[in-house]
Design a protein around this ligand. Sequence first.
Ligand SMILES: NC(=O)c1ccc[n+]([C@@H]2O[C@H](COP(=O)([O-])OP(=O)(O)OC[C@H]3O[C@@H](n4cnc5c(N)ncnc54)[C@H](OP(=O)(O)O)[C@@H]3O)[C@@H](O)[C@H]2O)c1
Length: 282
Amino acid sequence: MQASDLPTVKLPSGESVPQLGLGTWHMGENGRKRAEEVAALKLGLDLGLTLIDTAEMYGNGNAEEIVAEAVRGRRDQCFIVSKVLPENATKAGTIAACERSLKRLNTDRIDLYLLHWRGRPKLEETLAAFEALAASGAIRFFGVSNFDVDDMEELFKLPGGASCASNQVLYNLPRRGIEASLLPWCRERAIPIMAYSPLEQGRILRNRVLTEVAIRHRATTAQVALAWVLRQPDMMVIPKAATAAHVRENRAALDMKLTGQDLGELARAFPPPKGPRPLELL
Ligand SMILES: NC(=O)c1ccc[n+]([C@@H]2O[C@H](COP(=O)([O-])OP(=O)(O)OC[C@H]3O[C@@H](n4cnc5c(N)ncnc54)[C@H](OP(=O)(O)O)[C@@H]3O)[C@@H](O)[C@H]2O)c1
């Protein structure tokens, strides 16, 4: 598949973004790894994975600086997601946090700005900040992260809340809880889910069933885990990979088609939820 043919997901605005993106949590925490992290992100961009997820929290802001370095010279081709911490999410605090993120990202706009998770500040306050930031052009869209159904319902009742562009949540083979209620709720309203930790941070990669499926496809367990999430065409997926080999491998997961047999075996090993359960987070 050519970079221009890679699958995309439509945001409520109608804009399309790549279905597979690049995560950055834990980047910028160790100066000696910086060059390799920048190179991994640049390779991802070369391969067409132009959706980059970061946050003011990651590496205390250093991850945003790594993103800035990676996108230098091709900012317009990239869709940058960043997040405000709940403790900063008052109206003035969100605007100030966004200004700091813009500086570190060395850009004039964040494409999608998320509330990282719910905290003490009232949602109305954060929404008012998002509105002001969108009006000034500092952000293009806003969204949320780690919002369960009750949080989404509250958000949608507030003026402007229904303009939320995405909900970024934990979703992978062993963490299928959202399938019972949050995922259908978002689908009914065409709010795309952005699945984080799709590899369960590497903890599932030695699973026996994943290994058996991977062997049949002459692929790796990471590719099977990603292909399993990516088979849902309305979901964005943001694995973090800090090495060139992992980035290439993850990109190739887009070419993989799981069979009915694969999906059956995976569903037995990682069963869907039997009913609604509280949203898990990492
Ligand atoms: N909104 C939130 O609250 C929230 C929470 C968690 C994560 N996130 C976002 O989602 C992104 C992804 O989640 P995550 O970083 O928690 O976990 P993840 O993507 O599930 O796993 C990352 C781990 O998997 C390894 N890995 C990547 N590709 C691999 C491959 N092909 N083969 C073997 N190992 C591979 C990485 O190693 P290397 O680094 O060595 O390549 C890293 O150790 C984050 O970076 C962040 O941007 C958001």
